[in-house]
Design a protein around this ligand. Sequence first.
Ligand SMILES: Cc1cc2nc3c(=O)[nH]c(=O)nc-3n(C[C@H](O)[C@H](O)[C@H](O)COP(=O)(O)OP(=O)(O)OC[C@H]3O[C@@H](n4cnc5c(N)ncnc54)[C@H](O)[C@@H]3O)c2cc1C
Length: 376
Amino acid sequence: MSQPRDVIIVGAGPAGMGIAALLRRSAVQDILVMDSHEVGASFMRWPEETRLITPSFFSNPFGQPDLNTVTPDSSLALFCGEEHAGGKAYASYLNAVREAYQIPVLAPARVVKVALLSSGHFRLTTETGEQFETRVLIWATGEFQFPDRHIFPGAEMCCHYADVSSWKDYGKGEYLVIGGYESAVDAAVNLLENGASVKMLTRSAPWSSSHISDPSVSLSPYTRERLNNAMHHPQFAIYEDADVCKVISTPGAGSAYEVHTTNGSVWTTDQVPILATGFQCGGGATQLSAFFEWNDDGYPVLTDQDSSTLFPGLYLVGPHVRHAGNIYCFIYKFRQRFPVVAESITRHLGLSSEGLRDWWALPPEPDCCAGDSCAC
Ligand SMILES: Cc1cc2nc3c(=O)[nH]c(=O)nc-3n(C[C@H](O)[C@H](O)[C@H](O)COP(=O)(O)OP(=O)(O)OC[C@H]3O[C@@H](n4cnc5c(N)ncnc54)[C@H](O)[C@@H]3O)c2cc1C
């Protein structure tokens, strides 16, 4: 095993690369980012047609960094020339950040085990058996690669949104899309564009939510607009109060699947039902479940500096950070925590934290994003 590093960041998505870029500007120089696949791996695995719902715009010179960037001096709009970039463009942007800040990345390197040593350091073991020791561990493993495939009996037979490479692989048949938030609408609109018929089964109607100021609990304007345009499509129907409780495979019967709801309704389909009900609560943080306390909603309990309440050298960055009802599940939200985390880490390592807050020059946390569930 090599010498202990100052900081290892597990996960090379926007959370991991963003905090790494900030640390590269700090007194902490000995950092390593590890990823099980590559930089921007989750974005590389988005369906081909999926676009960021938050718009990109080069507003940086006026003190408002582009909403989708992980450093205040970069702009996704400038980088890729699109307002709503796709996953592969976003992964290229993260690679550009890696180059600009010369961030050391080891990939592929899946961390399969973390152990706390008597020195207070962490020992990480990869699936190939390599071991790394670090004083500070930042866990940035996101949610996309942790789909919830067991949300009700039979869910494992469905096609989860995260398993779709391109909606073009799906034919013109009749599809049942289970879910009513961002990914369900995205699936429905893309299937309709292919000429398919779509029935969307949803237990609520987030498009009529009163929390319209926060895209974490209601549909984003981008998705609302797409839904409004699809609403009168002759091959599209939405069934509200359709709380799906099980899916049964019925080979040999008139159709391949039965989808049951709690109110006793049954839908049948020959196409595999599309599961757009989200990701495992706690996402990638569940890989380190013993290292965090967990609240009743299934999120890690964190200190005010986003470290584990059990292990002071372990930090969480990304969409599972929650504080006082604030949901940090969008890039423009969770990047606000980078200076707080970086400052705490430099102090933990006995280094200077001077100037770390200035780079982002962030205003106080907004209270407009209060809520108790995440819809993205
Ligand atoms: C369809 C869709 C659209 C979205 N649109 C927007 C949007 O418009 N705007 C917005 O702000 N947010 C959007 N989001 C949410 C946003 O994508 C996530 O909040 C963001 O990607 C989280 O970043 P992350 O770095 O935490 O996770 P990820 O991007 O998932 O990165 C985590 C990384 O960790 C790696 N990893 C996981 N486990 C291990 C391990 N054990 N060892 C090593 N590496 C590991 C993975 O390979 C991955 O590269 C969207 C999400 C989806 C699914």
